[in-house]
Every structure is written in structure tokens, then in C-alpha cells.
Design a protein around this ligand. Structure first.
Ligand code: PRP
Length: 179
């Protein structure tokens, strides 16, 4: 598996440092509150696990799975809910946890849905941000690393469902996706 990686974008140490920094910021901002942390499956699972260990206040964990219709003409609301939340978000401080923010289509639709369901506040934390890919006007309050528009895998991010279990984030060798 490691042989398929051409170069490393974020090492394990860099990822853990980002989790610690973001966890501290979130702890400060949510002290005395009880935020509902919503991980978006499947990519966010590893990041969520590491991040919340650094959030030093009470949090509740929930998950949502959505599939986005990339390439559609509509930029908002175009997601299908595959797994919905198990609790109400009404009057809750929600923190959406993502592995990567690209066009913004997915997060924009989720944010709209949670606002419609009367969440008290909605913020986004993403490990990776590709601002050059953005099609929808949405930003994450908490960002681990801004990266260029390269196809990255590892630490939750997949290529054909593989590489999610890599402890670091890297670029695939070209021969892996052209064969
Ligand atoms: C990825 C990622 C985000 C979304 C970002 O999920 O986890 O949810 O795409 O893209 P966007 O900003 O252009 O909407 P994906 O649909 O690949 O699902 P996965 O996490 O299960 O791999």
C-alpha cells in the first residue's frame, strides 16, 4: 500500500499537530457549551477520532452520510442523505467535521439542512481545504491545512475505497490511477 504513494502531503506528526491546534481553538470557543459534533462519513472518521481527543469540554458525537451529485448544475441542496442523524439539532451548537472541503457543495447542503432544522449555531472544521476548487460560497471556521488541487489519499481519504487507513496524507503515484 505504501509503495503506491509518490509523495507525502501531511505527515502523521503534522496531522496530529493540526488536531491539537484545532482542538484547543474549539475548546476555547465552546467552553461551557455541549456541542454536537457531526462527522460526515466516511472520510472524516479518522480525523474526528483524533480531533475530539483534543476538545477538552463535553461533546456529543453523531454521524451523517450523504452522497453529493457532483457535476450537476445546481450547486446547493444537491445531496442525498444516506444516513441521517440520530438526534435533533434544534437549538444545538453544531460542529460539522469534514476531512476535506473542495467545491463546498456537500457542506453547503448539509449546513442548509441543519439550519432548516433550527440548529442554534453551525460551524465547520475541516482537516484539508482546497480553496481553488470552490464553487459555492462557504468557508470552514477551523481549517487544518490549505492545499493545492492535487488528488490526495490517506487518513480517511480514498481512491476507489482504498488508502483510507493510511496514517498520513499523500499523493498517489501516477501509475496507480492510470493503470
Ligand atoms: C468527500 C469529502 C467531502 C466532500 C467534499 O466525500 O469527504 O464530504 O467529498 O467535496 P465538495 O466540497 O466538493 O462537496 P465523498 O463524497 O468522497 O465521500 P467519502 O467521505 O465517503 O469518501
Amino acid at each position: 500500500m505504501h509503495n503506491d504513494i509518490g509523495s507525502i502531503v501531511l505527515t502523521e506528526e503534522q496531522i496530529q499537530a493540526a488536531c491539537e491546534r484545532l482542538g484547543k481553538e474549539i475548546t476555547k470557543d465552546y467552553e461551557g457549551k455541549f456541542p454536537l459534533c457531526v462527522g460526515i462519513l466516511k472520510g472524516s472518521v479518522l480525523f474526528m477520532g483524533d480531533l475530539i481527543k483534543h476538545i477538552d469540554t463535553h461533546v456529543e458525537m453523531e454521524f451523517m452520510d450523504v452522497s453529493s451529485y457532483h457535476g450537476g448544475t445546481e450547486s446547493t441542496g444537491e445531496v442525498k442523505i444516506l444516513k441521517d442523524l440520530g438526534v435533533s439539532v434544534e437549538n444545538r451548537d453544531v460542529i460539522i467535521i469534514e476531512d476535506i472541503l473542495e467545491t463546498g457543495t456537500t457542506l453547503n447542503a448539509i449546513k442548509d439542512l441543519l439550519a432548516y432544522r433550527k440548529a442554534k449555531s453551525i460551524e465547520i472544521v475541516t482537516l484539508l481545504d482546497k480553496p481553488s476548487k470552490r464553487k459555492v460560497d462557504i468557508e470552514a471556521k477551523y481549517v487544518g491545512e490549505k492545499i493545492p488541487d492535487d488528488f490526495v489519499v490517506g487518513y480517511g481519504l480514498d481512491y476507489q475505497e482504498k488508502y483510507r487507513n493510511l496514517p498520513y496524507i499523500g499523493l498517489l503515484k501516477e501509475e496507480v490511477y492510470t493503470k
